[in-house]
Structure formats: C-alpha cells, structure tokens
Design a protein around this ligand. Structure first.
Ligand code: SF4
Length: 194
C-alpha cells in the first residue's frame, strides 16, 4: 500500500510542467511503486511511449526484456519493476536525426524526490550512456562500464541502450552476449526473488 507521501509525489510528477518548450508538451512516462525491487533508469521516452504512456512497448523493449529474462507480464508488474528515465518526457528530435538528449534538469529535479521513496530496490539497471553517466559519473565510458559490470554490483548494472543500433555493436562485441547477459539475468532474478 503506497503512503500518502508516495501518492503525493506521483501526483506532482504526473503534473510536472517544468519544461514548457517540449515539442509534444510535458507527459512524464514512468512506472513506480514503493515495493519495486528492480529499478530501470533508461534514457527518455520516444513518441510511441509519449502517446501510450507505456515505456518500452517497442522493439527496444522486446530486446531489453530478452536481455533481462523477463516476459511482458513480469516486466510491467509495477509492484516489482520500476522504470524511471533520465528524462521523463519525450525530448523531441535532434537536427541531425534521432531523439534529443533527455532534459538535463529532469533527473536532478525528480530522482532525489523519487529514489528515497523506493526502499525495496535491490538492483538499478543503468540503460544507455545517459543513465550510466548520470549515476556513475560524467567521465564514465559506457562500453568500459558494461564490460566491468561486476565492479558496480550489487547496486548497479550498466547496459547499452537496446536500440537497433546495438545489434551491430553486439556483433562486434560477442563478450556481451557470452558474459554479460548471463550475469544480468542472474542479477535480475536474484533482485526479484531474494
Ligand atoms: S522532462 Fe522532467 S522536468 Fe521536464 S516537464 Fe517532463 S517531468 Fe518535468
């Protein structure tokens, strides 16, 4: 049962209007509960998630679920799995193509308010370079952090973003599937069951 403080925080987050220049307007996309044991800090929602309000309901989400060893039912069980992006609203497009970076003041504004209200979190997945640098430091190199994931456990597990671009990267880096993904599945299973 969520506390009044938790519900008030969720209500404030849903109505956040701190960014008044977002191309599609503010619509924070997240999945949070005070009982979640696995926390996924990702990048920022795309247009599909902006419209539906459901994070990772796309091929990237399918790939992420495959990496984690979770089916849709368990992934979207908000009582066990939380999703808190680095930037909670769709940030728009970059002039050269691709989505713009997460809004830089979103995580400093919201993460310190949200994280203390999630005391059951055992493992936080840092999905993509923005999340990795946010939590592990701006100088952190994504590939190095992923390769050395054991150094960041048991609290954090750095990962690349599961976009289609990562398929090419995975082919060039077979150690990811051979060594990192089995360790990831084990860490996720332990976080959800122990
Ligand atoms: S991106 Fe973050 S800070 Fe900006 S309106 Fe959305 S929730 Fe608020």
């Amino acid at each position: 049962m969520a506390s009044d403080a938790f519900l008030a925080m969720i209500a404030a987050l849903r109505t956040c209007r701190a960014c008044d220049d977002l191309p599609l307007g503010p619509r924070p996309v997240f999945q949070l509960s005070p009982t979640a044991r696995l926390l996924i800090t990702s990048q920022a929602p795309g247009t599909k998630a902006h419209l539906s309000g459901l994070p990772f309901d796309d091929p990237s989400g399918e790939r992420l679920r495959d990496w984690l060893g979770l089916d849709r039912e368990r992934f979207y069980d908000g009582s066990r799995v939380a999703i808190l992006p680095t930037g909670l609203c769709y940030p728009g497009r970059q002039p050269k193509g691709g989505d713009a970076p997460p809004r830089p003041h979103c995580a400093p504004l919201w993460h310190p308010r949200v994280l203390p209200q999630m005391p059951a979190v055992r493992l936080r997945l840092l999905v993509g370079g923005y999340a990795v640098r946010l939590v592990l430091g701006r100088a952190t190199r994504l590939e190095e952090a992923v390769r050395n994931h054991a150094r960041h456990q048991p609290r954090h597990f750095p990962l690349p973003h599961p976009s289609w671009r990562t398929l090419v990267w995975e082919k060039r880096n077979p150690w990811f599937a051979a060594e990192v993904l089995p360790a990831l599945k084990l860490a996720v299973a332990q976080a959800l069951t122990e």
